[in-house]
Design a protein around this ligand. Structure first.
Ligand code: IDP
Ligand code: MG
Length: 166
């Protein structure tokens, strides 16, 4: 079954210049990239993204990590890959959450580490199941930013000043 998956190259991945490397690894999946952008992560976005972990002792540090406060890189790269069994394929390549337990040839096994503050810096985020993928994609992307129709949309009236090229 074709499905979408949200991928984030986290601030440590960007700081370590791993973007090309990670995208090359992911291209082994033969999945299609249907959206991509650089994002400055707000407190709200980070909090909502990791809401399932909000009671964990490492939550505060995890939010700082995703926002780039630990790496002086206030950005992440967000992508949506789409295709057959996309979630499984990407999670296989990413490896286990704990980089020390991840297979050594996986992305996290190759490039991840555990900080002295105890956060797993594991270079990449991959949605863990179809429901999470849908929830996360709707947090990170609007319908207009994705080149295929993934989920139902509605039209809303919005009057807001936006920046345009001068
Ligand atoms: P996942 O990223 O493999 O789906 P989640 O359980 O969703 O794993 O955790 C989200 C992120 O929180 C992980 O990628 C990692 O950066 C961090 N994390 C998860 N569990 C721990 C932990 O036990 N200690 C420190 N950091 C953790
Ligand atoms: Mg997860």
């Amino acid at each position: 079954m074709n499905q979408p998956v949200l991928i984030l190259i986290k601030p440590d991945g960007l700081k370590k210049s791993l973007t090309g490397n990670i995208l090359t690894r992911l291209s082994e999946t033969k999945l299609e990239i249907v959206a991509a952008k650089m994002v400055r992560v707000s407190q709200d976005l980070a909090h909502n993204h990791y809401i399932h972990l909000k009671d964990k002792p490492f939550f505060g540090e995890l939010i700082k990590y995703l926002r780039g406060e630990l790496h002086d890189r206030r950005k992440v790269m967000a992508l949506i890959y789409y295709g057959e069994d996309a979630i499984n394929k990407c999670r296989q390549l990413a490896g286990a959450t704990n980089p020390e337990e991840a297979e050594s040839t996986s992305i996290r096994g190759s490039y991840g580490r555990i900080t002295t503050a105890g956060v797993y810096e594991n270079v990449i985020h991959v949605s863990s199941n179809p429901d999470e993928a849908e929830r996360e994609i709707k947090l990170w992307f609007g319908p207009d930013e994705i080149i295929v129709d993934l989920f139902p949309t509605k039209n809303i009236e919005k009057t807001k000043k936006i920046a345009a090229w001068a």
